[in-house]
Ligand binder design. Structure first.
Ligand code: TRH
Length: 365
């Protein structure tokens, strides 16, 4: 047994964060955001990632305190000797850490498995559960499940200062410099989605809208669809994560998808519709319902979500001004509830500090 890492909560820690990109942008998006948040709290982070390509436009300037390392298999552990050992390991979304990395450890870290986001009730039960490592070079260690979530009994959500107190003037100046041809009389609507079941119907109804269409799947899905009178498509380039958040704050209605942009839409406090990441066994249906329950979504917003996500026969109706105001009010109320709770960074730091003080098992059981 190696000595435990000195997780003195008063000193900045070294975090090894592992990310394996499955598809889309969520894996890298969440991990980059987490790394930056940790660094902003004084920690140093090594982000090990198998496909770092999108960081070239998502975060071209990098961030002080975050170093990005390629993760290739077989993992070459030799360079680790020259690096200070990590205090905390995070395997994001159940990506298994390379055995060579685990075997090369010089002390026993706090080992966390950061899971996917869900509003389902089982999340509170599973959050912070231990998972003893029974075989391999980590045998004898314990991994801990860490679940982000929307309630106080979960690990919370990542929340930057800009999410709490946005600088509207800086947002406007920066978005102005992107040169988007927004028209004052048209409503800006951000489109970030997969291939929604009702995209054609929605676009045909949405009059006087400036559609800010994100590149990739949304652009491919929307490019040839007929528009309603007075509507226009504005194709976006890939923008940095910071600018993406700004776009969400400026959109009067935001179509978001996956995991990370959903959270940013909540912080933006504007009306939004979520295209949930589809799972082959339709497990996302219950996940969507749980989220809409937590959101306290009115019937119009529920119906729109079901249609957008291809669930059930609900008739899609483009929201009028009053309906949209109602959706925005719901988003803002949810945001206010979230601001009352500890965020993911606070929870992570408290968990690691509790681990150092030997309190973790006692708290959970
Ligand atoms: O890309 P996604 O659909 O990612 C998904 C989900 O996270 C899903 O839960 C997961 O299982 C799957 O990947 C593997 O959506 P998401 O999570 O919103 O991530 C998008 C990220 O891309 C987010 O961090 C914002 C960022 N982004 C930019 O920074 N600039 C851009 O121009 C765009 C379009 C996105």
């Amino acid at each position: 047994m190696l000595p435990s890492c000195p997780t003195d909560p008063a000193r900045p820690l070294r975090w090894d964060l592992f990310c394996r990109v499955i598809d889309n942008l969520g894996d890298i998006g969440v991990c980059w955001r987490l790394a930056v948040n940790l660094a902003r709290h004084g920690h140093s982070v090594r982000l090990w990632i198998d496909q770092p390509g999108p960081l070239a436009w998502m975060a071209p300037a990098g961030h002080p305190g975050v170093s990005v390392h390629g993760w290739t298999e077989p993992f070459d552990a030799a360079p680790l000797v020259a690096l200070p050992p990590g205090d905390v390991w995070i395997e994001a979304f159940g990506c298994e850490l390379p055995e060579a990395f685990v075997a090369a450890r010089r002390h026993d870290p706090v080992w966390l498995n950061l899971e996917y986001l869900s509003a389902e009730s089982w999340v509170e039960r599973n959050h912070r559960l231990p998972s003893p490592v029974l075989r391999g070079p980590g045998q004898g260690l314990t991994k801990w499940f860490f679940y982000p979530g929307f309630t106080a009994g979960t690990g919370g959500l990542l929340r930057e200062p800009e999410a709490v107190a946005p600088d509207r003037a800086a947002d406007a100046a920066r978005l102005g410099s992107l040169g988007l041809p927004l028209r004052p009389q048209a409503m800006p609507v951000l489109l970030f989605c997969y291939e929604p079941a009702s995209l054609a119907t929605v676009m045909a109804q949405a009059a006087d809208v400036d559609w800010l269409v994100t590149p990739g799947r949304a652009e491919a899905a929307a490019s040839n669809l007929p528009l309603a009178p007075g509507a226009r498509r504005i194709p976006l380039p890939p923008v940095t994560q910071v600018d993406f958040d700004r776009l969400l704050r400026c959109g009067h209605l935001n179509f978001v998808r996956g995991e990370d942009s959903l959270v940013r839409a909540l912080w933006a406090g504007q009306a939004f519709v979520w295209h949930i990441y589809p799972q082959h066994d339709d497990a996302h249906h219950a996940k969507l319902d749980a989220f809409l329950d937590w959101l306290q979504a009115p019937p119009s917003l529920r119906a729109f979500h079901r249609h957008w996500n291809g669930i059930g026969p609900a008739e899609v109706v483009w929201p009028d001004a009053a309906t949209l105001a109602g959706w925005r009010a719901v988003a803002q109320a949810a945001r206010a509830r979230l601001l009352e709770q500890a965020d993911l960074l606070q929870q992570l730091q408290a968990f690691v500090a509790g681990h150092a003080a030997g309190r973790v098992d006692i708290e959970k059981h």
